[in-house]
Design a protein around this ligand. Structure first.
Ligand code: ATP
Length: 587
């Protein structure tokens, strides 16, 4: 398949916001790819070359990509940079520059999906001495053979900002329609949730149809998309929802970890499917020593502990260990952690995800030798039908340094729902006792300049939720309180790498800002309530015509959610649910 054809589809996708049209376009596009290229088409549509858990990331610095573009289009770097500041999108700048240079490609063979993928893979793989130059040369070659429209998308992929508004679930639906029927969407989604790789799902469907998909299995060292929890504002409601009886687990405030064990070798993955083994080697070896079996996948929360008192410490302490490549040994001693396991997904080849929770739990307890060390434990859990007992357990969890409880269904159908936020797990946190029933994780997309005491830094940050269905960020509040002086002073430096000349195309805002940022940094925010807003675009027109939803009196809790990318921020749909819950509570 020619890359030009794919790029033309992207153009059409970008020209519409209608989900049905987008899906139809993607179905059409997938229909033109053959089985040897369909995985590449799927990954590149998401702006990637490989599945999320693959260690290699393209991530070429924007500056370097701009330099390459300047050379290929024979334009001064300053001019290219100026245009970039104006447009805020490297793809559009590339399209314009190459368009001016020739109107079509500068020559060379026509690009195919697989040839573009292969060159981008080469760019990614270059490392060590001289690699920067090699990367620039490879990209220059690719751009020289590109039409302006092809260059637009190649450049966006290269800098990690594809954003054409095709969410993973749109691809799931399109794959179902293309290779089976819309009614088979659940089967495709299930395959995605256990392989975490839409490329593999697409290739399997193309080569073997739905039959092949049903043969895909959980595999050690292929992270499974995490099961997530819904929320309710009271324990009584939780028990009612769960049929009068439920398991209650401590909700540890740490870092979710999936441990994959294979003959004594352990690899750890985060909820974002990144590998964490190098950063937490002592956890990996502790899992290896407590696990009674040859292979498996277990899941838990990794929490910092005070070794003198045995107390749990705030999450920030683990976040200081993340991303550290050097000094891992020092970090291990300075910030010791314990992994509290709460689920088992695979054991010696047997898939446990379709088995009820209580049986998975029983198996987990029987395969973890908790007497073998302090670094790995099973979570504290009770099963009860008594609201009073559950309330006491909640208080006890807070006293132990946890942030609340996660209730888990013990019904026959309480399977492990990979990748889903459903009612089989319901979280209940101490913040629910405040007016707004949960903290939210919002992305910084803009800022207002500070005045007076705040001159030189920001007066307020423009914060957004992620609209997963449309793959855009929607503003929901302006955040100015809860920052200490030190954090305030540090903000411009922290945000500098994400500063843009104009609003990012993936941000929908009716509010104005003095600075615009690429959605990247995520902060935890607690607000007083959710109200209608004529300014904020979160859930626009969904509750009231010509209005969105906004968070009133937001306060930064002090927690930078370094464990969250912009796509893991609270979704607009969650805000809508919280708004409805708030209405229910006050009525
Ligand atoms: P929050 O911001 O409230 O931590 P979240 O966005 O991280 O929520 P949720 O699905 O809302 O994710 O809550 C479940 C999360 O809680 C899990 O992803 C996990 O990291 C954490 N957690 C802590 N203890 C448990 C437990 N015992 N069982 C399940 N999840 C737990």
């Amino acid at each position: 398949m020619l890359y030009r054809d794919v790029a033309e589809f992207y153009e059409k996708v970008e020209a519409t916001t209608k989900r049905l049209e987008i899906t139809a376009l993607i179905v059409d596009m997938l229909g033109r790819a053959d089985c040897s290229e369909i995985a590449n088409v799927v990954h590149m549509t998401h702006g990637k070359l490989f599945p999320d858990f693959h260690p290699e990331k393209i991530g070429m610095a924007e500056k370097m990509a701009l330099r390459t573009l300047a050379a290929v289009s024979r334009t001064g770097l300053e001019k290219v940079e100026e245009l970039y500041r104006e447009r805020g999108d490297i793809g559009i700048v590339g399209e314009e520059m190459l368009g001016r240079a020739s109107g079509s490609s500068l020559g060379g063979a026509e690009l195919t999906v697989n040839s573009v993928h292969a060159t981008l893979t080469q760019i990614t793989a270059e490392s060590g001495q001289g690699s920067q130059e090699a990367k620039v040369n490879l990209l220059a070659g690719l751009l020289a053979s590109s039409t302006p429209v092809e260059a637009k998308y190649i450049l966006r992929i290269v800098v990690g900002k594809m954003r054409i508004g095709v969410a993973a679930m749109t691809l799931v639906e399109a794959l179902a329609v293309r290779f089976a029927s819309k009614a088979d969407k659940d089967a495709v989604e299930r395959a995605f949730n256990i392989t975490s790789d839409l490329g593999t799902v697409a290739r399997t469907l193309c080569e073997e149809g739905l039959e092949g998909l049903s043969r895909l299995r959980l595999k050690v060292n292929v992270p499974v998309r995490s099961m997530l929890a819904e929320r309710l504002p009271g324990i009584g409601q939780i028990l009612e929802k769960m049929g009068g009886r439920a398991a209650f687990d401590y909700k540890y405030d740490g870092l979710r970890m999936q441990a994959h064990i294979n003959d004594g070798e352990v690899r750890l993955f985060s909820r974002q499917l990144e590998e964490l083994t190098e950063q937490f080697p002592e956890v990996a070896s502790a899992v290896a020593s407590v696990f009674r079996g040859r292979s498996g996948i277990v899941e838990g929360e990794c929490v910092p502990v005070d070794t003198n008192t045995g107390e749990l410490l705030p999450f920030q302490v683990v976040s200081r260990r993340r991303g550290r490549k050097h000094g891992v040994t020092a970090a291990m001693e300075e910030f010791p952690v314990t992994l509290f396991l709460f689920d088992l997904l695979l054991y010696d080849g047997a898939d446990y995800t379709g088995i009820p929770f209580t049986e998975r739990r029983r198996k987990l307890e029987s395969v973890i030798d908790t007497g073998a060390g302090e670094r790995v434990r099973t979570s504290t859990m009770i099963i009860t039908d008594s609201e009073k007992e559950a309330e006491e357990f909640f208080t006890q969890s807070l006293e132990s340094g946890c942030e609340g409880i996660v209730a888990k269904s013990v019904a026959q159908e309480s399977v492990y729902q990979a990748g889903a936020r459903g009612w089989l797990w319901i979280k209940y946190k101490k913040d629910y006792k405040a007016e707004m029933i949960d903290t939210v994780d919002l992305v910084i997309v803009g800022a207002l300049a500070g005045r007076g005491r705040r001159s030189g830094t920001y007066g307020a940050l423009l914060m957004a939720t992620y609209n997963k269905d449309r793959d855009v960020f929607e503003t929901v509040t302006k955040l100015g309180t809860g920052f200490d002086d030190e954090t305030l002073a540090a903000l411009p430096r922290m945000l500098k790498p994400h500063l843009l000349g104009a609003k990012d195309p993936s941000v929908e805002s009716r509010a104005d800002a003095d600075f615009w940022f690429r959605p990247a940094l995520v902060l935890e925010v607690l607000g007083a309530e959710i109200t209608h807003s004529p300014v904020h675009t979160c859930c626009w027109n969904e509750v009231r015509k010509d209005a969105g939803l906004a968070i009133r009196f937001p306060r930064f809790t002090g927690k930078f959610r370094e464990d969250r990318g912009p796509y893991d921020a609270t979704t607009s749909k969650e805000i809508l649910e919280m708004y409805r819950m708030q209405l229910k509570k006050s009525s």
